[in-house]
Design a protein around this ligand. Structure first.
Ligand SMILES: N[C@@H](CCC(=O)N[C@@H](CS)C(=O)NCC(=O)O)C(=O)O
Length: 205
């Protein structure tokens, strides 16, 4: 019996793609959510002083993307071929770039810089990356999946990114293309994910 524990803050952010993969795969895991009060005492117990980390068969592993990649490969959400994996890695890199811009703008303290970063994010980066995602989704026959005809890590990363964007600016959902809406609906109607999304806690980001 394998033991699997995902340890993160009570947020979606960098932890949710790991949870989404495990949910989609129907894997049992312990969803540990540390409070900010608990964090200073727990920090030294993490592999690299940060969250998320997982405990798998008694060993701890860190780095969110490595963890999402690992669980996706381990449980069959990394496509069927090496080219599928390449496409998933491309989407993963694009998603990471845009997530980075979202959080840079969100956590910038200087108000002038924050306004500049936000304007660049919403007026330039978001439309540009949505364009990339649309092209990739069209390349897979407008199925609403980035590879094949079932949910993969790529779909879950973009689904989570869209949730983060909506959390920052709800009206952004009105600009989602038919391709992105199809992806969201594919994830939302996946039987395991549908059950998870219905019960998951509402957290700020
Ligand atoms: N590259 C790391 C970054 C992890 C990271 O920045 N974690 C943040 C939360 S999202 C954290 O642990 N912050 C608390 C701290 O650094 O003390 C990853 O992707 O896992």
């Amino acid at each position: 019996m394998s033991e699997l524990k995902v340890v993160y803050f009570d947020l979606r952010a960098r932890g949710e793609p790991i949870r989404l993969v495990l949910e989609a795969a129907g894997k049992k895991y312990e969803d540990v959510r540390l409070s900010f009060d608990e964090w200073p005492a727990e920090k030294p117990n993490t592999p690299y002083g940060q969250l998320p980390y997982i405990v798998y068969n008694g060993k701890k592993y860190g780095q969110s993307l490595a963890l999402a990649n690992f669980v996706a490969r381990e449980f069959g959400l990394y496509g069927k071929t090496n080219l599928d994996a390449l496409r998933i890695d491309e989407v993963s890199g694009l998603t990471a770039d845009l997530v980075d811009s979202v959080f840079k703008a969100k956590f910038e303290n200087d108000e002038t810089k924050k306004a500049e970063l936000s304007q660049k994010l919403w007026d330039e980066a978001v439309p540009k990356y949505f364009g990339f995602f649309n092209t990739l989704l069209q390349d897979n026959g407008n199925t609403g999946f980035f590879v094949g005809s079932t949910v993969s890590l790529a779909d879950l990363l973009v689904f989570n990114l869209l949730d983060s964007l909506i959390a920052e600016k709800a009206e952004i959902a009105n600009t989602f293309s038919p391709e992105l809406n199809k992806l969201r609906s594919n994830v939302q109607k996946h039987p395991f994910l549908n059950a998870y999304l219905a019960k998951r806690k509402n957290v700020p980001f």
